[in-house]
Design a binder for this molecule. Structure first.
Ligand code: SF4
Length: 283
């Protein structure tokens, strides 16, 4: 939404396009912290009022015991979503394309500002969580398939080292630059990306320190899948078939939905054919 409010290449919170009553300012500057703080609070009030008006009290944003959100906590929330919700609440291009590439490239020669530190910390925490999930799957006897299944299994073996770690920005960067731990959950594509920039099909230009999860390509050599992912593929396929059969979508669209469902089931079948037990992990 923020990307749509302003033209391409502009700041997400550029004052030029977020000012009421005029677009006179020509320079590329962000909204002042004070204004942003007010806008966040206004948004919270507006969202809660709307929830009341629409008779959806469960969607009211509850009073915060820690007081106003403020820009610091808003940044942290933004970073959390950027790191963990590819393709969901924060648009993909904003997520890794804009925030990570455009912004970090622009600031490459300067000291890293706080949003970069937060992004690194949240991405490192997301990676640690992914490792922990893989380790738990392993303990539960799950299997893993895909070209990088063994690398993912090896990475999962290092999960205990990060249990309960409160990352500093420096520790986060250390984890993120460790190629053996470059494991990213990609829930929208039902896979784990074990990132190797040289083989990444989602990268259009050169190497990047993080994958473009929203542009994931199903034939990439960095893919690993667990039994969980395979089960989710089947669930999604069922959902698509149901939509196709519901009579609410036109013929050609329901055919596409069915084709997509077949493709997802094929991926799940492939997983079960090729899976290796996580317990067979190399030492
Ligand atoms: S295309 Fe490959 S590198 Fe990119 S997100 Fe998908 S699995 Fe990862």
């Amino acid at each position: 939404m923020l990307e749509r409010v302003g033209p391409d290449g502009e700041l997400l919170f550029g004052s030029q396009f977020h000012k009421f009553g005029g677009f006179g300012q020509r320079t590329k500057v962000a909204l002042r912290a004070e204004t942003l703080r007010e806008r966040v609070e206004h948004f919270v009030n507006w969202a809660s009022q709307l929830a009341h008006c629409l008779d959806r009290p469960h969607e009211v944003i509850p009073p915060d015991p820690h007081g106003a959100l403020g820009t610091g906590r808003f940044r942290r929330t933004l970073a959390w979503h950027i790191a963990r919700r590819p393709g969901a609440l924060i648009a993909l291009e904003v997520q890794y394309g804009h925030m990570r590439t455009a912004v970090s490239a622009g600031y490459a020669s300067r000291s890293r500002d706080s949003i970069h530190d937060l992004l690194d910390i949240e991405t490192a925490r997301a990676t640690a969580d992914t490792l922990a999930t893989l380790a738990a799957d392993r303990a539960a006897g799950s299997g893993m398939s895909g070209p990088v299944a063994r690398r993912a299994i090896l990475a999962a073996g290092q999960a205990p080292a990060f249990e309960g770690v409160v990352f500093t920005a420096r520790q986060a960067r250390k984890l993120l630059t460790n190629p053996t731990l470059a494991v990213h959950d990609n829930p929208n594509a039902f896979l784990t990306c074990v990132y190797n920039p040289d083989k990444a099909l989602c990268q259009l230009r050169g190497s990047q320190e993080t994958p473009s999860l929203g542009r994931c390509v199903s034939t990439c050599a960095n893919i690993a899948r667990t039994d969980q992912h395979a089960a989710q593929l089947v669930l999604k396929a069922d959902e698509l078939d149901k939509q196709a059969a519901g009579g609410l979508v036109p013929g050609p669209l329901s055919e596409r939905l069915r084709d997509h469902a077949v493709g997802l089931r094929d991926l799940a079948d492939k997983h079960y054919r090729e899976r290796i037990a996580l317990s067979e992990a190399p030492a």
